[in-house]
Design a protein around this ligand. Structure first.
Ligand SMILES: Cc1ncc(COP(=O)(O)O)c(C=O)c1O
Length: 441
């Protein structure tokens, strides 16, 4: 492979890296310089098996020809078009394709550039929707402990991960949180856990506290990914849905990770057969190749804005790059790749093998819990006394040295490979991980 730049730049100081221990990284950088299919190539020429689909986003694997060609062609044809008061065909085509593959009630698409922006967009739409219908007192937003909804102010306000919140001031007013659903009695669960549906009743407590007419929306990840793969207990999402419906509260599913086949269906809403009022997505929308996110909304929500004089803007919200032509081209090619290769069904078909392989680590050193669903899974380690996160991070470093990419959050190892993964790759991931765990303090 010919590279026209040094594989490790001489000066690493300028780039302030996101969610990274910058000083530690820059002393011993880990660089990827190429990727294809299931593998990354490192700057020292090694192949690393992608156990995390990049950052939960390259669901079709790397360097997919259709996506690469679509981007190249689009860049040469229409590089950019203004997003406000002007259009270009591909954004409309992608929106239609998304609606076709989304759960039936989703009829409209608002494009953003990331999952964080999709979340803040959905929260704003929720508040403005109620106001448009004459219920302007509905401004409260309800999230959940341990929830991850990106890093913008709305998202960290409804999110529930303390490190993402505690140094950023007072956040949004009028936000409350439900308890998370991670219960010790559900350890070692395969698929949806048995215990915890009652935790949805906490929403009734919050409604009783604030009164329904002050609450705009509830936002949850149907399956929480970034906080360590927390699965919804059986009956939990159904209960949330019915409590929201009863009180006129919108239910938003943050499907930035669960969208596009991760659980073996287009969206988790289909998988669990629970329909929210809005879905946030990003990541797999363009296979991670170009930044893009979206909010899918029902006709009821969209149509509430389509009133008043037709020459006036209905929603004062949007981004310079909403529906960007190159991102749209990447999105269309990505959705076509998923469909042509049957990747969502492939994920569903491989899920039992993935489950058995992951749970075979039950007797591996330091492991205190394993959980899985579709092509996602978590292996939770016993923390080193007084040094939380250290053991899992060391596992990540050793795994990288041994040729697999995993991801850690706290002392939880999370894996979410591209949906093109083969059984042999699953074996490699699990065998290498067992090996790594044996060598860890
Ligand atoms: C559920 C969820 N919401 C939002 C986000 C934020 O997405 P982004 O990093 O594209 O802003 C993420 C990212 O991991 C996520 O997992």
């Amino acid at each position: 492979m010919a590279l026209d730049r040094p594989t490790v730049p001489n000066d690493l100081r300028a780039f302030w890296m996101p969610f990274t221990a910058n000083r530690q990284f820059k002393k011993a950088p880990r660089m990827f310089v190429a990727a294809e299919g299931m593998h990354y190539t490192t700057s020292d020429g090694r192949q690393v098996l992608d156990g995390t689909a990049g950052l939960w986003c390259c669901n079709a694997g790397h360097k997919r020809p259709r996506i690469v060609e679509a981007i190249q062609k689009q860049a040469a044809e229409l590089d950019y078009a203004p997003a406000f008061q002007m259009g270009h065909p591909l954004a409309f085509e992608l929106a239609n394709k998304l609606v076709d593959m989304a759960p039936e009630p989703m009829e409209h698409v608002f494009f953003t550039n990331s999952g964080s922006e999709a979340v803040d967009t959905a929260l704003k739409i929720a508040i403005a929707y109620h106001r448009a219908r004459g219920e302007g007192a509905r401004t409260r937003l309800i999230g959940r402990e341990r929830g991850y909804h990106g890093v913008n102010f709305g998202g960290i306000s409804v999110g529930g991960i303390v490190n993402n919140r505690k140094v950023f001031g007072s956040l949004l007013n009028g936000v409350d949180h439900m308890p998370h659903t991670h219960l010790p009695e559900n350890a070692w669960t395969k698929g949806q856990p048995e215990h915890g549906a009652h935790l949805a009743d906490e929403l009734e407590r919050i409604v009783a506290l604030h009164s329904a007419e002050t609450i705009a929306a509830v936002i949850v990840e149907p399956m929480a990914g970034s906080t360590g793969v927390l699965l919804p207990p059986k009956g939990y999402l159904e209960k949330l849905r019915s409590i929201c419906t009863k009180h006129g509260i919108l239910l938003i599913f943050d499907e930035v990770i669960t969208g596009f086949g991760r659980l073996g269906s287009s969206f988790a809403a289909d998988h669990f057969n629970v329909m929210p009022d809005m879905i946030c997505c990003a990541k797999g929308l363009t296979n991670g190749v170009i930044p893009m996110g979206a909010v899918l909304a029902t006709a009821q929500i969209h149509d509430a804005f389509m009133q008043g004089p037709e020459n006036l803007i209905e929603l004062f919200h949007g981004y310079t790059y909403s529906g960007n032509p190159i991102a749209s081209a990447a999105g269309i090619a990505t959705l076509e790749t998923y469909r042509e290769d049957g990747l969502f069904q492939r994920a569903a078909d491989l899920a039992p093998y993935w489950e058995d392989a992951l749970h075979s680590l039950r007797d591996a050193r330091h492991v205190i819990d394993i959980r899985n669903m579709g092509l996602i899974g978590a292996v939770e380690l016993e923390p080193i006394a007084g040094k939380p996160t250290e053991r899992a991070f060391n596992a990540f470093l050793k795994a990288y040295d041994k040729g697999i990419l995993i991801r850690t959050t706290g002392d939880i190892i999370a894996m979410s490979p591209p949906l093109i993964i083969e059984k042999g790759h699953i074996d490699q991931l699990v065998d290498t991980l067992r090996n790594v765990l044996e060598t860890l303090d």
